[in-house]
Write a protein that binds this ligand. Structure first.
Ligand code: ZN
Length: 185
C-alpha cells in the first residue's frame, strides 16, 4: 500500500464516521394517511360498445328484416351473417308515410370504404341513386317510400375476404345516419 492510498483510506474512514451526523435522519417522517372520503360506490361501467353496431339485427334462417322510417333511420346498425349461410337475404321495409322521392330508402351492401364513393357517384343516378353497373355494389334493394318494401339476396362468399363491409342508404344525404356494419360470424 502506498502512502497516498493509506491517506485516502484514512480520509474515507473519517468521512464515513462523519456520515451519520451530516445526513438527515434515516427514519422517514410518518406518512400522513390518505384522506378518507365517504363516496358511494361507483356504478358499474356499461359494457363497452362494439366498434360498429349498437343495435344488432335479428337474424334467422339466413335472413333479416331492417325497418326504415320517416326520421331517416334504420332499425339496426349491425348485421351478423352466420358463417353457415351460403346466401343471405335482407328485407327492407319503410314504416313511414313519405314518398320515395322525398324520404326514399334503399339498402346497399358494399365494402365500408366504398360506401361514400358509391353514394357520391349515385347522387346523379336518381331515382334509385345507385350508378348502373357499379361493380363496387355487392347488392342493393330498390329505393322505397313509406309502406313499401324491397329485398336483396347475395352470395355470402362475397363477404368472406377483406372487409370491413357495411350497408347504407344511397338516397342523397342519408349515408350519415343510415349505415351499419355487416360481417360473417
Ligand atoms: Zn334513405
Amino acid at each position: 500500500m502506498t502512502r497516498t492510498s493509506i491517506l485516502a483510506s484514512a480520509i474515507a474512514l473519517a468521512l464515513a464516521a462523519c456520515g451519520p451526523s451530516t445526513t438527515p435522519p434515516a427514519e422517514a417522517p410518518a406518512e400522513t394517511p390518505p384522506p378518507v372520503t365517504e363516496t358511494a360506490p361507483a356504478p358499474a361501467a356499461p359494457p363497452a360498445a362494439p366498434i360498429a353496431g349498437g343495435k344488432p339485427a335479428v337474424v334467422a334462417d339466413c335472413a333479416t328484416t331492417i325497418e326504415s322510417n320517416d326520421a331517416m333511420q334504420y332499425s339496426a346498425d349491425a348485421i351478423a351473417v352466420p358463417s353457415s349461410c351460403t346466401s343471405f337475404t335482407i328485407n327492407l321495409t319503410h314504416a313511414g308515410t313519405l314518398a320515395a322521392n322525398v324520404m326514399g330508402h334503399n339498402l346497399v351492401v358494399a365494402l365500408a370504404s366504398d360506401m361514400a364513393p358509391i353514394a357520391s357517384d349515385g347522387a346523379g343516378a336518381g331515382p334509385e341513386f345507385v350508378k348502373p353497373g357499379d361493380a363496387r355494389v355487392i347488392a342493393h334493394t330498390r329505393m322505397i317510400g313509406g309502406g313499401e318494401s324491397s329485398s336483396l339476396t347475395f352470395d355470402v362468399a362475397k363477404l368472406r375476404e377483406g372487409g370491413p363491409y357495411g350497408f347504407f342508404c344511397s338516397f342523397p344525404g342519408h349515408l350519415g345516419l343510415m349505415k351499419g356494419s355487416i360481417q360473417v360470424q
